[in-house]
Design a protein around this ligand. Structure first.
Ligand SMILES: NC(=O)c1ccc[n+]([C@@H]2O[C@H](COP(=O)([O-])OP(=O)(O)OC[C@H]3O[C@@H](n4cnc5c(N)ncnc54)[C@H](OP(=O)(O)O)[C@@H]3O)[C@@H](O)[C@H]2O)c1
Length: 327
C-alpha cells in the first residue's frame, strides 16, 4: 500500500514509519522540513503540491500537531489548537478533492478528550467527554476543546469515498530516545519515579507494537469508523504504573513528589502539570469488541519488554524522532 503520514517525523510517526516501511509498504511523510527520501514538504495549513501524494494513496494517517509537552501558555494553547485543526482541515480538503481518494483516513486524536475520572473507565460508548469536571483547573477544559475541535474537523470533512477513524490514543510507549517512555524511565532511574500528588490518578498507555497492530487492524476492518480508543485494557494508578517501571529497571527507590514539587519539576522541564495530574482511565471498548487481541495488555510485563528493548539499543545508535532532535 501507499501510506501517507502527515506529521510523521515525530515519536509516533517514527514508530509507524519503521513498522509500515518494514512491512513493505511505501510510506510518504509530509513535513515542514523534508530532509530525505520519503519526505515531502507541506506547511500543515494550506493546500499545495503535497496533495498529489494523497491522490492515489491507499491510507492517510494524520499525526500533525504542535507538541503538547510544553507550558500551557495562551500562545502555546493557541498553537496546539491551530496546528491540529488547520492540518486536519487541509488533509480533509485534499482527500475530498482527490481523483483517486484513499480508502481510509486515520486521524490522530487523544485519550485526553475524556473527563478526569477515577471511579470507572471510559470506553467509546459510555465514556464521559471532559471539559465540565468540577475541582480541576479551568484551563484543563481547553485541551478537551482542542481534541473536540480536532475530531470535528475530520467528522465534517466531505470525503464520501474515504472511511474515517479518529484515534483516541493513550500515551504510546516505545523504547526510542526522546519519547514519553524514555522521559519516564529517566526519572525512574534517577530515583524520582515515585507517586506524584498521591499517585491515585490513572495512567492510560499503549505498547508501541500494539499501537502499530491496532492501526493495521483499523486499516483492514472496513466495518469500523468514528472514534476508537487506542489504549491497553489495563490502565492503572500512577503510583502502580511507576512502581512497575522502577521494578523493570531494577531501581529500588522512587521518591514521592508532592503537588508543589511536581509543579516545580514541570516548570523546570518546560512541561505542564495537566500531563501529570489528570486521571486518564481509558479502555479499548471498540477494539476488544471487534476481536483485537493485545500482545502487551498489562503494564508490568509491557514495561519489562520496553526496558529490554531499550537496553539493547547501543548508545548513539539510530536516529531519534525529528521532533526530539529539534525540541
Ligand atoms: N506520543 C503520544 O503518546 C501521543 C498520544 C496521543 C496522541 N498523540 C498525538 O499524536 C500526534 C503525534 O504524536 P507525536 O508524539 O509523534 O508528536 P511529535 O513527536 O510532537 O510530532 C508531531 C509532528 O507534528 C508536526 N508539527 C508540529 N507542529 C506543527 C505545526 N504547527 N503544523 C504542522 N505540523 C506540525 C511535526 O512535524 P514537522 O516538524 O516535521 O513538520 C512533528 O513531527 C500528536 O498530534 C500528538 O498530540 C500522541
Amino acid at each position: 500500500m501507499k501510506i501517507v503520514i502527515p506529521g510523521g517525523t515525530g515519536q509516533v510517526g517514527s514508530v509507524l514509519n519503521r513498522a509500515l516501511s518494514g512491512a513493505g509498504h511505501e510510506v510518504v511523510v509530509l513535513t515542514r522540513r523534508p530532509a530525505g527520501p520519503g519526505e515531502v514538504y507541506w506547511d500543515g495549513a494550506t493546500a499545495g503540491e503535497w496533495a498529489g501524494e494523497i491522490d492515489g494513496s491507499d491510507v492517510v494517517i494524520n499525526l500533525a500537531g504542535r507538541s503538547v509537552s510544553c507550558r500551557y501558555t495562551p500562545a502555546n494553547l493557541r498553537a496546539m489548537m491551530d496546528s491540529r485543526v488547520l492540518s486536519t482541515r487541509v488533509v480533509g480538503d485534499a482527500i475530498g478533492a482527490a481523483v483517486r481518494p484513499p480508502r481510509v483516513w486515520l486521524q490522530m486524536s487523544t485519550a485526553t478528550v475524556y473527563a478526569h475520572r477515577f471511579d470507572a473507565p471510559h470506553d467509546e460508548a459510555t465514556g464521559v467527554i471532559g471539559g465540565t469536571e468540577p475541582d480541576v483547573p479551568d484551563y484543563w477544559s481547553y485541551s478537551v476543546e482542542i481534541a473536540r475541535c480536532w475530531e470535528r474537523e475530520q467528522e465534517e470533512a466531505d470525503t464520501p469515498h474515504t472511511r474515517k477513524v479518529a484515534l483516541r490514543s493513550a500515551m504510546v510507549m516505545s523504547p526510542d530516545r526522546g519519547g514519553v517512555f524514555d522521559v519516564l524511565s529517566w526519572l525512574a532511574r534517577l530515583g524520582l519515579g515515585g507517586p506524584v500528588a498521591g499517585g491515585g490518578q490513572y495512567v492510560s498507555w499503549i505498547h508501541d507494537r500494539d499501537f502499530v497492530r491496532a492501526v493495521e487492524f483499523l486499516v483492514d476492518r472496513e466495518d469500523l469508523a468514528g472514534p476508537v480508543n487506542l489504549a491497553a485494557p489495563g490502565p492503572l494508578p500512577q503510583r502502580a504504573f511507576m512502581r512497575g517501571l522502577r521494578r523493570a529497571w531494577r531501581m529500588p527507590v522512587g521518591l514521592p513528589a508532592t503537588r508543589w514539587m511536581a509543579e516545580a519539576g514541570a516548570l523546570a522541564l518546560r512541561t505542564d502539570t495537566e500531563l501529570l495530574f489528570k486521571s486518564r482511565r481509558v479502555v479499548p471498548g471498540r477494539l476488544l469488541d471487534a476481536g483485537f487481541g493485545f500482545t502487551h495488555p498489562a503494564w508490568p510485563e509491557a514495561a519489562r519488554d520496553l526496558v529490554r528493548r531499550r537496553r539493547s539499543v547501543r548508545p548513539g545508535a539510530g536516529t531519534p524522532p525529528r521532533a526530539t532532535r529539534t525540541r
